[in-house]
Design a protein around this ligand. Structure first.
Ligand SMILES: [Zn+2]
Length: 169
């Protein structure tokens, strides 16, 4: 089931999410819904707070479903190692219509669990590392805007306020 994606301004997006301790059907359904929501958006990553659920769960597919075998589902992900930096423009399904340059690590090692609660780890670099960092930030209530330059952040926030006032957000 496709769930509505919350937009900037929703309190869930600025809330630190809770670790998952019960790997029940509710979590599996949530992950399925998040994949469907991400693919239909379309997007390449989605974190549970973006659909209004403050649990530490994320889904990623950097091919947007174009190629098989790229689907990643992580519960309770944590970056344990990182290396180098990369800069590129980033967007977010919760901040549609805007992009900003964000610095991220170029390589990361992530540990966490799958939907059954089994340990899971991942080495990521390039775009995948960027997306994983972006989605883990969501679980901590951090948006990419918080990591953009002050000027860019200010500009985007002012434009969003205007859209909200016009009833177009
Ligand atoms: Zn996002």
């Amino acid at each position: 089931m496709i769930r509505p994606i919350l937009k900037f301004g929703a309190p869930e997006l600025e809330t630190e999410s809770t670790p998952i301790t019960r790997f029940d059907q509710e979590i599996k359904t949530l992950a399925e819904d998040m994949l469907e929501t991400m693919y239909s958006a379309p997007g390449i990553g989605l974190a549970a707070p973006q659909v209004g659920v403050n649990f530490r769960l994320l889904v990623i597919d950097i091919t947007g479903g174009e190629e098989k075998g790229h689907q990643i589902i992580f519960t309770n992900p944590e970056i344990t190692e990182q290396e180098g930096t990369q800069e590129a423009e980033e967007g977010c399904l919760s901040i549609p219509g805007f992009i900003a340059v964000v610095e991220r690590p170029s390589k990361i090692h992530v540990v966490g669990q799958d939907l059954e609660g089994n340990p899971q780890e991942l080495d990521a670099e390039g775009l995948l590392a960027r997306v994983v960092c972006h989605e883990i930030d969501h679980l901590d209530g951090i948006l990419y805007l918080d990591r953009a330059s002050f000027l860019k952040r200010d500009l985007i926030k002012r434009k969003i306020k205007k859209l909200i006032r016009a009833g177009e957000w």
